[in-house]
Design a binder for this molecule. Sequence first.
Ligand SMILES: Nc1nc(=O)c2c([nH]1)NC[C@@H]1CN(c3ccc(C(=O)N[C@@H](CCC(=O)O)C(=O)O)cc3)CN21
Ligand SMILES: CC(C)C(=O)C(=O)O
Ligand SMILES: [Mg+2]
Length: 277
Amino acid sequence: MTKRVTTADFRRMKQEGQPIAMLTAYDYPTATLVDASGIDAILVGDSLGNVVLGYDSTVPVTMEDIIHHLRAVTRGAKRAMVIGDLPFLSYHISKEESVRNAGRLMQEGLAQAVKLEGGREVAETVRAITAAGIPVMGHLGLTPQSVHQLGGFKVQGKDGEAARKLLEDAKALEQAGAFAIVLECIPQQLAGVLTEALSIPTIGIGAGGRCDGQVLVINDLLGMFSDFTPKFVKQYANLKEQIIQACAAYKDEVKGRVFPEPQHVFNMAEEELKKIY
Ligand SMILES: Nc1nc(=O)c2c([nH]1)NC[C@@H]1CN(c3ccc(C(=O)N[C@@H](CCC(=O)O)C(=O)O)cc3)CN21
Ligand SMILES: CC(C)C(=O)C(=O)O
Ligand SMILES: [Mg+2]
């Protein structure tokens, strides 16, 4: 059995200056391929609302949605650390409910860690979940579950005051026991300051190269999600084009009676065929 990546590896990688590579995945086949690529951690993100379920935000995503996809991903990922994203409202009502929901991702989804959005306002919640033995990853900057409060998907922490607040939030999360923090859509200079100020690793998405690691949504990297082109995405493949072409070729061959070909069919003996009549 291969040894799985743990929070201790995250800490060691930061100390050794080894970048951490993380991706999202939402199903068994994708998780199997991502795991085979040697990625350190797989996030079952609430971005599944956008890229798998067809919502236009992450707000409608439920605990049941995350658990359903987490179960598939944890069956496929043998080496990567699997992290479950706590969805909107699952960690806001009370500390008790937050610990219960984090625990469900571990017990029902078999995650090895959970992630939640927010700074000082969730620090006590992070402390309570951590106290239950559950590793927590923080998430600061552009926090999509608060999009209606942020007033859109905008770069965060651009002025000195907002940047100072983010530094305080990051320190509060570290103090509360978070093992790493995602930094989404913030200036690279600020990400550099936060990365140096923290002993836990920072994982950037739209936060530049001075973070301790990077994360991207798998569909964006593979070119498999049509209407998402923020500046921070690098597309490493164009599967959308390939998938459309493959489906169109199949459709044309069905309509032209080219497919199925002899190697795709089953035969029966002539004398058996006669017995039908
Ligand atoms: N497919 C996908 N990829 C993601 O990375 C992602 C999701 N979905 N859904 C949940 C959140 C939403 N995220 C978003 C959504 C939009 C922008 C965006 O439009 N950014 C602008 C910045 C504009 C500015 O302030 O200058 C950009 O041009 O990058 C960024 C992150 C990241 N997450
Ligand atoms: C983009 C990452 C950090 C995320 O939270 C998600 O995929 O839901
Ligand atoms: Mg998320």
